[in-house]
Design a protein around this ligand. Structure first.
Ligand code: NDP
Ligand code: TDO
Ligand code: MG
Length: 298
């Protein structure tokens, strides 16, 4: 067997799961992804035998209930997948002595801080999705105090559903769009998340975790608003023969949604850089890669 990290991924069709499969393939890192049929987080008791047969060196949880508005009406489902399931998964990892890399969100914060968030800032989720993800962080840490929890934000990719794909679709259908300009954050490519998580798993294979367990921010470098994000998507798309439509900046009050979202989602990622030497690229550079791929797919 080739020496090196071997990744067991919970989730198979989601953005981060598919990005992990692609990047691990390119980096020649063996990876086994478990879909909902083999591993339903909402009814988790233990990992299937296939997971143990694979002999992973680390587990990555890339599955979650991510429908932010729907979660307001489906509190139980959101908590089952995002909180109870990850807690049970962390117990399974602890029984096997395996590191767990778990993904969380900027929506654990209320967004009232007038500066980028650091990991030690107080959490205060505005909605059910954020509350369920925060409960998941806690359940994971109770079962496995050394777990690594990565709070990311505004995830997009060539895969699954995301804001970039929504904008390109609407751009082909409409003459213009209104997008909120008073929610700011850091768009993050799932491909960059995947690369970072694989690098962390490789680090843990080579080196002791030491005192590096805990919560980390993992988001694209730089910041923008959803409106700025949308405008940049269409600048890139337009320059490559794709759709380009004008975006009108609006306040959140003009775009009512079921769940409240944080006005400030900026995440200071210094802690990750110090502990693991990882810093994600500027969000515009990664966005170009993804928009270019999406336009090529048609
Ligand atoms: N998307 C975003 O903007 C952000 C995401 N995050 C976090 O990043 C992580 C990855 O998100 P992302 O890849 O975007 O999510 P996606 O919504 O793209 O994918 C989520 C995956 O979870 C799977 N899933 C849902 N319910 C269950 C279940 N009961 N058992 C097993 N699998 C299940 C889904 O399976 P199926 O395909 O069968 O439905 C899907 O493949 C999550 O932890 C999320 O909370 C954090 C910040 C921003
Ligand atoms: C489609 C659209 C959205 N918006 C606004 C609504 C919202 O405030 C913002 C983004 O829309 P979305 O539906 O993509 O937002 P949302 O699903 O809340 O995205 C979040 O998903 C979860 C899973 C996370 O963890 C977060 O980090 C974040 O990425 O843009 C407009 O203003 N105009 C539009 O035409
Ligand atoms: Mg969404």
């Amino acid at each position: 067997m080739i020496e090196g990290p071997r990744l067991l991924v919970i989730g198979r069709n989601g953005q981060v799961a598919r990005a992990l499969a692609e990047r691990a393939g390119e980096r020649r890192v063996p990876l086994l992804a478990l879909g909902r049929e083999e591993c339903d987080l909402a009814a988790f008791t233990d990992l299937p035998d296939a997971a143990d047969d694979f002999e992973p060196t680390a587990i990555i949880n890339a599955a979650a209930y991510t429908a932010v508005d729907k979660a307001e009406d489906e509190r139980e489902a959101a908590f089952a997948v995002n909180a109870a399931g990850p807690g049970k998964l962390a117990e399974a990892a602890a029984r096997r002595g395996l590191p767990l890399l778990h993904i969380s969100t900027d929506y654990v914060y209320d967004g009232a801080k007038p500066a980028p968030y650091v990991e030690s800032d107080a959490t205060a989720p505005l909605g059910v999705y954020g509350a369920s993800k925060l409960a998941g962080e806690r359940a994971v840490r109770v079962a496995l105090p050394d777990a690594l929890i990565f709070r990311t934000a505004w995830v997009y990719s060539p895969f699954g559903g995301n804001f970039v794909k929504t904008m390109l679709r609407l751009g082909a259908e409409r003459d213009g769009l209104k997008v909120v300009d008073d929610q700011i954050g850091s768009p993050t490519s799932a491909l960059d998340i995947a690369d970072a998580l694989i690098t962390v798993a490789a680090d843990l294979y080579e080196n002791d975790l030491g005192n590096r367990g805990g919560v980390y921010h993992l988001a694209g470098s730089g910041e923008t608003s959803w409106c700025g994000f949308a405008r940049t998507i269409f600048e890139i798309a337009g320059a490559r023969g794709g759709p380009s439509i004008p975006i009108e900046a609006i306040p959140t009050s003009d775009y009512p949604t079921q769940a409240k979202r944080p006005a400030n989602s900026r995440l200071d990622c210094t802690k990750l850089e110090k502990a693991f030497g990882i810093r994600l690229p500027g969000w515009q550079a990664s966005l170009e890669t993804v928009v270019t791929r999406l336009l090529a797919k048609g």
